[in-house]
Write a protein that binds this ligand. Structure first.
Ligand code: 4FL
Length: 228
């Protein structure tokens, strides 16, 4: 699986992609992740990549040409056309289910918008799918793109112990995680639930299941309705 982020801030992406579990997965060759600077593809002599919006309005718009040429260069380098995703608040909200589906693609390209947006024509011409990571606005699409890279990478074979990667879908399918505890058994007068410190595996499994259900009902009832 390979993913390339098309961005005006490759160094910001590089920093995140080099850290922690994603950084290790990358070093071990379990995933190919890179950031490509859209500005390197501008044909403007002042290296500009944005301009004022036609019809007036606030802010600057990313121009079509640098984005299109950046994507074309990527397709050339790879010898294939990746599935092209634009991170935008106008997209469909990302879900764990969609992450699982995207993890099965051989190649993804992620476009990060900046300023007040991207020229609509390059979106129309090239983008396959628009994804949002939630109903709020950021200064750019980099953090959403990195969230997507992270969510996909942890699902790839060998990145996590299998049980951990799928704790969100197998035993506690579609439910929130049960509460978890570690030593000491009492902290500032608060004891760990007795069932967990006793040795009865069956009772512990039942308790975890009940806690998952109760928490989901209380904190995220929308998840239960989706499940039906
Ligand atoms: C993208 C916000 C995806 C939420 C600014 C530029 C965004 C975003 N999901 N805000 N892109």
């Amino acid at each position: 699986m390979k993913i390339e982020i098309l961005t005006l801030f490759p160094e910001m992406c590089e920093a995140v992609l080099s850290a922690s579990i994603v950084g290790r997965a990358r070093k071990e060759g379990l995933v190919e992740l890179n950031a490509r600077n859209i500005r390197d593809y501008t044909k403007d002599k002042h290296r500009r990549v944005d301009d004022a919006p036609y019809g007036g309005g606030y802010g600057m718009i990313m121009q079509a040409q640098p984005v299109a040429d950046c994507f074309a260069a990527l397709c050339g380098d790879w010898g294939e056309r990746p599935h092209f995703i634009y991170l935008t608040p106008q997209g469909k909200t990302l879900t764990q289910q969609r992450c699982r589906e995207l993890a099965a693609y051989p190649a993804l390209a992620l476009l990060c918008g900046h300023y007040e947006g991207v020229d609509e024509r390059v979106i129309e011409a090239l983008v396959d799918e628009e994804i949002s990571v939630g109903d709020y606005v950021l200064t750019g699409g980099e953090l959403p793109a990195l969230a997507l890279c992270d969510a996909i990478t942890r699902l790839l074979p060998g990145v996590l112990p299998a049980a951990e990667a799928f704790s969100d879908e197998s035993h506690f399918a579609g439910l929130l995680e049960y509460p978890q505890y570690t030593r000491p058994p009492v902290w500032e007068g608060r004891a760990v639930p007795e069932v967990l410190t006793g040795g009865h595996h069956g009772k512990q499994q039942q308790w975890k299941r009940e806690q998952s259900l109760e928490r989901t009902r209380r904190k995220r009832p929308d998840l239960l309705e989706e499940q039906e």
